[in-house]
Design a protein around this ligand. Structure first.
Ligand SMILES: [Zn+2]
Length: 498
């Protein structure tokens, strides 16, 4: 699955194919056992984008705690759950963490996977419980987006794709009012009738305006010394909570599809909340059929699905045999998040081949899977996907809660699976190419990394592409981000010159 790599030198003159890459390979081989230098290498490495990141889970826990202090929130002294003031019995003001370090440490542990060791509570349960505990502190989405964007730029990423929820209260009320209907077409008509859904779409677009305004102000985007995160194109993926009643899930999905038609900042949707929740399990096939129906009605929204984030013991054995296949075949997932239980799926060999053929990318979340599911190292199907030619890229999932970042995911993958430079370069390219930025790809075909005809024969990422290539870059946010990454690859590889 690793394509031949065409290299150019920094001066734009062609170098013998593979030369620059071989020097980087040799360097990586020399330092792969040295954590400090490997971290430096992976930090500098262009890494595409973190295409599976939940906004509230991605913010460093310290940042959430800072918000809680600033907003005067109260913390339960047993569960450490945050809530609005005034503080009642059994609660302490969040700002107490400034003077009481041991209280601060307790909150950090309750709100994240810091120092977590499975005991009475599993990693899975501790992880999912954090959202309810810090939820009240995750109110400033613009500031959270600013932190996400700044970090992404600092880690050499070239686009932002982030999952978040919008208007869940309004959607829930509408769904309740409309009720359920076994016929998805009729249910859709009823949800769209009367203009209530249009009002929610408008409100979600206004939410995006407000968040981006706050983000840009936080990053000083229109001022001298703007944060480099300002330059990265940003797309939202709407979260649909799969533990809701079916009519609410359908209404949230509909919002995702409608939003993508109306506003290109909303690029797609994803189902969230524990896949092993009893309601999520009960309705799994129903949800896939809903998506399949809506996919046939709308053309713009992209679908990425958490599927197969399961291990024996947390879900009935039967559920470990079909989730990924259903997501790809019925739910029309273009990308699968996690896909941990692939080898236990019915006909897993055929499914892997189908995913490779359809270019369904798997978002690989190594730290998340190790912490939440205890699927680490050789137990992870990362190598199985690669062997089958299924496109993969590395993602963080919830970098804040997990105390990781995309750089750490790359170092972890390089160390654990002995990856070569060509492998990581491929994954960085895949992140952008399978990302949901609109427009044509810089590449000729899916996963081949041969330039589109307009940009063939010119240094990738160069400053003076021919007119046809320039036109492609201008028309396509995706190709433009890919071009920027290729420029960064050239600069990165030049550092190993001689
Ligand atoms: Zn996730």
């Amino acid at each position: 699955m690793v394509a031949a790599i065409t290299m150019t030198t920094g001066m734009g003159s062609p170098a013998p194919a593979g030369d620059a890459a071989s020097r980087v390979e040799a360097y990586l081989d020399g330092i792969r056992q040295e954590p400090g230098r490997l971290r430096e290498f992976a930090l500098d490495l262009p890494k595409g984008a973190d295409i599976h990141a939940h906004l509230s889970g991605s913010v460093p826990t310290r940042g959430l705690l800072g918000s809680a202090m600033r907003d005067g929130l109260c913390l339960d002294t047993t569960s450490f759950a945050a809530s609005a003031p005034p503080c009642r019995a059994g609660q302490r003001p969040a700002r107490d963490v400034a003077t009481d370090t041991s209280f601060g440490d307790d909150v950090m542990r309750a709100w994240s996977m810091q120092s977590f060791t499975p005991g009475g509570e599993s990693g899975h349960d501790h992880f999912f419980a954090t959202f309810g505990k810090f939820g009240a502190a995750a109110a400033h989405k613009g500031e959270m987006l600013a932190a996400f964007a700044s970090q992404a730029a600092a880690e050499n990423e070239f686009a932002l794709e982030v999952m978040l929820s919008r208007q869940p209260g309004a959607i829930g009320e509408l769904a309740k009012k409309v009720g359920s209907d076994p016929d998805p077409a009729r249910l859709r008509d009823r949800l769209l009738a009367g203009g209530a859904m249009a009002t929610i779409v408008k409100a979600a677009r206004a939410d995006a305006d407000a968040d981006l305004k706050e983000m840009r102000a936080t990053l000083r985007c229109d001022k001298e010394g703007a944060d480099p995160g300002c330059e990265l194109p940003l797309r939202f993926i709407l979260q649909v909570t799969r533990t809701n009643a079916p009519e609410v899930v359908f209404a949230q999905m509909l919002l995702g599809f409608e939003l993508a038609e109306a506003d290109q900042r909303y690029a797609g949707l994803n189902l969230v909340a524990p896949e092993d929740d009893p309601v999520a399990l009960r309705d799994y096939r129903l949800h896939m059929r809903m998506l399949g129906y809506l996919r046939g009605v709308y053309s713009k929204a992209h679908i990425a699905l958490h599927a197969g984030e399961l291990v024996p013991g947390i879900a009935p054995a039967g559920d470990l045999r079909f989730h990924i296949g259903e997501a790809v075949r019925t739910g029309k997932a273009e990308r699968v998040g996690h896909g941990v239980d692939i080898t236990g799926e019915d006909g897993s060999g055929a499914l892997l081949a189908e995913m490779a053929r359809k270019h369904v990318l798997v978002e690989i979340a190594l730290t998340s899977n190790c912490q939440i599911l205890r699927v680490c190292g050789d137990r992870h199907p990362f190598a199985a996907y690669r062997r089958a030619g299924v496109p993969v890229t590395l993602v963080t999932d919830d970098a804040g809660i997990e105390h990781t970042d995309l750089t750490s995911e790359y170092t972890r993958a390089i160390t654990t699976y002995g990856l070569r430079y060509a492998d990581v370069k491929s994954m960085a390219r895949a992140a952008l190419d399978h990302g949901f930025l609109q427009g044509r790809s810089l590449w000729r075909g899916a996963d081949d990394y041969v330039p589109a005809p307009e940009c063939a024969g010119t240094p990738l990422g160069g400053t003076a592409p021919p007119a046809a290539c320039k036109a492609l870059l201008k028309d396509s946010p995706k190709a433009s981000a890919e071009w920027n990454q290729e420029a960064a690859f050239t600069a990165f590889e030049d550092r190993y010159d001689g």
